[in-house]
Write a new protein. Structure first.
Length: 165
């Protein structure tokens, strides 16, 4: 959707970072900031796609505005050329940050409750499969044939045998 909207809006060039918006060291964002110049319009899908931290977003918006670059968000109909939208950035940023904090705290609470209840987080252990895989390996069977015999994946066999070694 993001790419289609950018192409439909007549984007001259599209940047796509593959790292979290929480990071400040995003290579494509750095290239983009060096590429845009006075009079350009930077368009994006959602403000939180550009930057997830309110402080960083406001800093970015301020530096773009200082360089004479407009910022437009497709879904939020935001255009930084108006004072009302600049105020809205503060509100959106605060609400987004609040929602992320709540989600992070809820996840941490659930992880703690799971540990207290004695449940295991992550992948289930291989248990007796480890012993079987090790025994079959000791008998000289090719590892590729151990996996179907024991009923686990080849990578599971390799993990079992690494642990047993």
């Amino acid at each position: 959707m993001q790419l289609s909207a950018s192409e439909e809006a007549g984007a001259e060039r599209i940047w796509e970072d593959q790292v979290s918006g929480m990071r400040n060291d995003r290579p494509d964002l750095t290239c983009l900031r060096g590429y845009v110049c006075r009079g350009d319009a930077l368009m994006n899908w959602l403000l939180d796609r550009l930057n997830r931290s309110r402080e960083h977003l406001l800093t970015l918006v301020g530096s773009l505005r200082g360089a004479g670059v407009k910022l437009r968000s497709f879904t939020e109909s935001a255009d930084t050329t108006t004072p009302g939208v600049r105020r809205t950035f503060h509100v959106f940023g605060g609400v987004d940050e609040f929602a992320r904090t709540i989600a992070t705290e809820a996840t941490a609470t659930e992880v703690a409750n799971t540990c207290v209840a004695g449940r295991h987080l992550g992948r289930p252990g291989l248990g007796s499969d480890t012993i079987a895989a090790h025994a079959i390996d000791q008998a000289g069977t090719i590892r590729a044939r151990i996996a179907p015999t024991v009923g686990i994946s080849r990578s599971g066999v390799n993990r079992c045998l690494e642990r047993a070694a």
